[in-house]
Design a protein around this ligand. Structure first.
Ligand code: 26V
Length: 805
């Protein structure tokens, strides 16, 4: 039905009438979206079934990627691209007076994630399928994804997200594959007929995990992998207790992503979600494995289980439980299999983000799992004792259970054969500092896998004009082999090419300007530099540094009429965690500054500030193609990798950034003339942290620009903000500016001046832009996934790619 336009139109019209019972003219865009979505899913299904059959019958090793987040965004456009049916669909719809873009905008983002970690999982799914790797995603089908953000009077207001409200065309419910997950109750030991000590879990409260499968279509191949999302539902068992409470508590398990865990009840819910994901996924993984009738000791040769951060770390004791209690293997053998099967990625060194669960909550909720964790801990501590006799402090620091808490990262380090960081610098910091104790014992387990992004969504789908220009110049092999983008470097001195590139960027800026006007009623200057910082709002990401620089520019322009820099449009997008008070104040500050500078006629030809509400994958796809400056300004050592930095680079923006995360590797690839690096190095930051010696008040006292801007936070400079920004002021001066904003301010301002100067030479700028695009191929997640597949999982492609003409 997608072979040619006429066939497609006929099928589309007939399905439309049959499924919605309206004449074509009466159907809504929503109806049309659903019908097209269903047609595409049907089209996918043959290859989906075939792929599954191959996976069932093959001897090839399978990898399962367990993640509490999958931030897919819209699915239809990516499927259309990967299936290669874009032209037929677009032209067919056009004949019917329908724009494909408009239709796609009816699809809600699938936003089952917060930020980097969840988006990485989504990029990985796309790469796994596109590389014909037998990779399965396992996650949770949250009823509400990440909240929807509205900005009301400059303040973030959260609304529940409702992606399932109008039905989901991409998922298939598989109730026959449901799995029971037991919580609470107690563990009894008994002796079996053969006289072995066995355990059984009694009086548990079971809930049902029902899988919903989403097909993951590879690019130009027959492979269609599966993302399996588990939904929590009441189990079909007689229940004597309060049935309403049970139903409510059960459904809560897949209701929200990251429930607030300030209270015990929230912590229990989080832990329930984690075990729910792990128990259901491992059950289904082991079912598939058992069908192959291999000895259980062969598991690591057929199955690789990857845990995305520590949220699914209970996979370790859960696999132990299966091997000990169901397969009845001795501990040592079970442990060996578990460690060989599971691998772990660390995504942050921020101590507040390292998960710990109180024993008093863990033990009653998961009694058998807790017993196993205790045993793992005891054996590990014993080994430590043998290795470091008398070193109590070290053992206490490294224990999995200490001070009545279960440390999930320690469990991950001990119970897996591979721990990887997500950028070179991050991995070095893990090895040399944060996890140095563990590195000493398990040096061979540590490795780096620098993150990547799928160039299919982040270039080919979101930036068709640039994709076209690249293809006209170097052909289209880069689409399946992104490092070939390097050939673009031959064009960096080609005047005609540079002009074309500038035209593409300009057109993308026009589109973003329209979006900005539509959402914020702000008219932006198309000749201004589009300077963008989009990412989660967090103190370490230092949106505040960006804002203080804007305030300084404004102050200086007000003071000195002869100071008029190249016009800039500062664009922000960021969600703050609902309970993160400080981050919300930064959002308010950005909007307050925007209000002030955008309405000042003496400066607003030069300076505009735009906060785009509800930053999400689909909005990001409109932003990156239009960006010229990419703000990657985290305190060095704090951003594990960043992936937005790669999306900007691939779309030809130039980075202003610190030597942090993957910025370091971008720097290495584009060279110092094509990136703007500023600020302290991670070494300097860590030295300050270890030895002290930083006094933010000195910078405040000695730098007039800082003094003025910081005072303006609290002195009534912004009308009606009395006391509102005290917490920001205090963080800088009373709490000694933990993230070194004031320390890096001067360096940032000077480097921003370099950015402005560089922009004056438009040809030179465009040349740098080419160098960035040309070197972005390394950051395709195809490279990242190939490294995971070769070095950690040892999985190989299964289906041979069918290149469609
Ligand atoms: C989590 C939390 C939760 C508690 C409050 C503070 C806080 C701060 C950070 C986090 C990070 C969670 C893990 C995460 O998303 N890490 C991101 O992973 C990306 C993919 O590897 C990487 O590019 C980002 O640098 C990293 O921050």
């Amino acid at each position: 039905m997608f072979d040619n336009k006429e066939q497609f139109k006929k099928a589309f019209l007939s399905k439309l009438e049959m499924s919605v019972g309206k004449s074509f003219e009466e159907t809504s865009p929503q109806d049309q979206y659903h019908v097209l979505g269903n047609m595409i899913r049907e089209y996918i299904s043959t290859n989906w079934i075939k792929t599954n059959q191959v996976y069932h019958s093959t001897e090839a090793k399978q990898v399962y990627y367990l993640s509490i987040e999958f931030l897919l965004g819209r699915i239809m456009g990516s499927n259309i691209l990967n299936l290669g049916i874009g032209d037929v669909v677009e032209e067919g719809l056009r004949d019917l007076g329908i724009s494909l873009d408009d239709l796609e905008s009816n699809e809600p983002d699938s936003a089952l994630g917060n930020g980097g970690l969840g988006r990485l999982a989504a990029c990985f799914m796309d790469s796994l399928a596109s590389l014909d790797l037998p990779g399965h995603g396992c996650g949770i089908r949250y009823k509400h994804g990440l909240f929807e953000q509205k900005i009301v009077n400059g303040v973030q207001v959260e609304y529940p997200e409702l992606w399932l409200q109008n039905g989901q065309v991409w998922e298939v419910r598989k109730s026959d594959l449901s799995v029971e997950v037991p919580f609470w109750g107690k563990v009894e030991s008994f002796e079996d007929e053969q006289g072995r000590l066995r355990f059984r879990h009694r009086d548990a409260e079971p809930i049902m995990a029902v899988p919903y499968d989403i097909p993951v279509v590879g690019y130009q191949t027959e492979t269609v992998n599966t993302l399996r999302l588990w939904n929590a539902e009441p189990a079909n068992v007689p229940f004597h207790d309060d049935i309403m409470r049970y139903k409510r508590e059960t459904e809560m398990v897949s209701e929200f992503l990251y429930p607030d865990d300030a209270e015990d009840s929230g912590k229990i819910l989080r832990l329930k979600q984690q075990y729910f994901l792990v128990r259901a996924s491992l059950n289904s993984i082991l079912n598939s494995f058992r069908k192959k009738q291999k000895d259980i000791r062969e598991l690591p040769n057929y199955v690789s289980i990857h845990i995305n951060d520590t949220h699914p770390v209970l996979a370790i004791p859960e696999l132990m439980r299966i091997l000990l209690d169901e397969e009845m293997l001795p501990w040592e053998e079970a442990w060996d299999i578990t460690v060989q099967t599971i691998s772990y990625t660390n995504h942050t060194t921020l101590s507040e983000a390292l998960e710990k669960w109180p024993v008093r909550l863990f033990q009653p909720l998961l009694p058998r799992i807790y017993m196993i964790v205790e045993e793992i801990n005891e054996r590990f501590c014993k080994e430590l004792w043998e290795r470091y006799p008398g070193q109590w402090q070290r053992i206490e620091d490294m224990a999995i259970i200490a001070h009545d808490q279960v440390k999930m990262a320690h469990l991950a380090l001990v119970g897996t054969h591979s721990t990887n960081g997500v950028a070179y610098l991050h991995t070095e910091i893990l090895k040399k500092r944060e996890m140095n104790n563990f590195y000493e014992i398990f040096p061979e387990r540590f490795n780096n896998k620098t993150n990547g992004i799928t160039h299919r969504r982040w270039l080919m789908k979101s930036n068709p004009a640039l994709t076209g220009l690249i293809t006209e110049s170097i052909g289209d092999k880069w689409k399946v082999e992104p490092p070939l983008l390097k050939e673009l470097e031959h064009y960096k001195d080609d005047a005609a090419f540079l002009e074309q590139l500038e035209k593409v960027k300009h057109e993308n800026k026009v589109k973003l300007a329209e979006r900005i006007f539509q959402q914020n009623q702000i008219k932006v200057n198309l000749d201004s530099i589009f300077d963008v910082q989009v990412k989660r709002l967090h103190a370490y990401k230092r949106q505040l540094l960006n804002v203080l620089h804007i305030m300084y520019l404004y102050n200086r322009m007000k003071e000195d009429p002869s100071f008029r820099p190249h016009p800039r449009t500062f664009i922000f997008g960021a969600k703050a965690s609902p309970g993160y008070y400080y981050a919300k104040k930064i959002i308010k500050l950005i909007n307050t500054v925007a209000e002030k500078v955008n309405n000042d006629k003496t400066t607003n030809d030069y300076l505009k500030v735009v906060f785009l509400e509800n930053y999400r994958v689909s909005l990001a796809e409109e932003i990156f193609p239009a960006a010229e400056v990419s703000e990657q300004i985290s305190t060095a050592s704090k951003e594990a990798s960043g992936t937005g930095n790669m999306k900007f680079m691939m779309n030809g923006a130039l980075t202003i950034g610190t030597m942090d995360g993957a910025n370091v590797e971008i720097f290495e690839r584009v060279g110092k003339d094509n990136i703007f690096i500023f600020g302290m190095t991670s070494e300097e930051v860590m030295n300050y942290q270890a030895n002290g010696g930083y006094h933010s008040s000195e910078y405040y006292m000695l730098d007039r620009r800082i003094h003025e801007a910081v005072n303006q936070l609290v002195n009534g400079f912004f009308p009606n903000t009395n006391g509102m920004f005290d917490v920001i002021y205090d963080s800088l001066l009373i709490e000694n500016d933990q993230y070194f904003v004031l320390r890096d301010f001067d360096s940032y301002v000077k480097t921003q001046e370099k950015v402005s100067n560089a922009y004056q030479d438009k040809k030179g700028w465009n040349k740098s832009s080419v160098v960035n695009i040309a070197n972005s191929g390394f950051f395709s997640s195809d490279r990242t996934i190939t490294e995971y597949a070769n070095d950690i999982w040892h999985v190989k492609p299964v289906n041979s790619p069918i290149i469609k003409a």
